[in-house]
Design a protein around this ligand. Sequence first.
Ligand SMILES: *Cc1c(COP(=O)(O)O)cnc(C)c1O
Length: 225
Amino acid sequence: MKVTDKMAVIQEEIDEACRRSGRNPGEIEIIAVTKYVSVERAKEALSAGLKNLGENRDDGLLEKWDALGEGPIWHFIGSLQTRKVKNIINKVQYIHSLDRLSLAKEINKRADKPMKCFVQVNTSGEESKHGLDPEDVINFVEQLMDFPNISIVGLMTMAPFSEDRDEIRKCFAQLKDIQTAIKKLQLANAPCEELSMGMSNDFQIAIEEGATFIRIGTSLVGENS
Ligand SMILES: *Cc1c(COP(=O)(O)O)cnc(C)c1O
């Protein structure tokens, strides 16, 4: 299916989720996650009007970046090894996976200007998921105040891959609660206005719970469906 056709379906679902929750669809940015697809398909996504592209590995990001350059808004959404920061840092506009001080230090050192970061939170408690434990997030964000090249624009989470919609919703609601607590602190470099949550399987729930960036791969740019 063409990206434009898939996009029409997704946009309809976004609009419906917004209607249900009294939100404005204009508040929701779609990140097309291109990690499984070709450069050609990523180009097709851009032609379809998508502006944000997401990659989860440094080599994937670099391959797409070399072909597409500075046109798209680039999001690094995967777990990031400290030694790989230098490869991607000044090519992306957002990093969604800040989850430890050593990584913050490296980003702070290598960035040419304040890097827009999401703190990744493990709301599901699954061992396999990256991110900080929810109770550690505030302390972590406070420690980042020493890093002038880090701007905490929001929080990111991944819900469990589950049939249990309530369990998914709980994760997203918890991220929103943590955001509210951080905003109250009014820290200069942690405006924390954004929530990066929701993927192909669960973006409607994420929108109902306050997502401002949804990260969609399979159902938006997937080549086999
Ligand atoms: C792959 C990935 C996505 C997109 O997943 P789909 O289920 O294909 O929509 C979103 N976020 C992260 C962090 C990912 O790694």
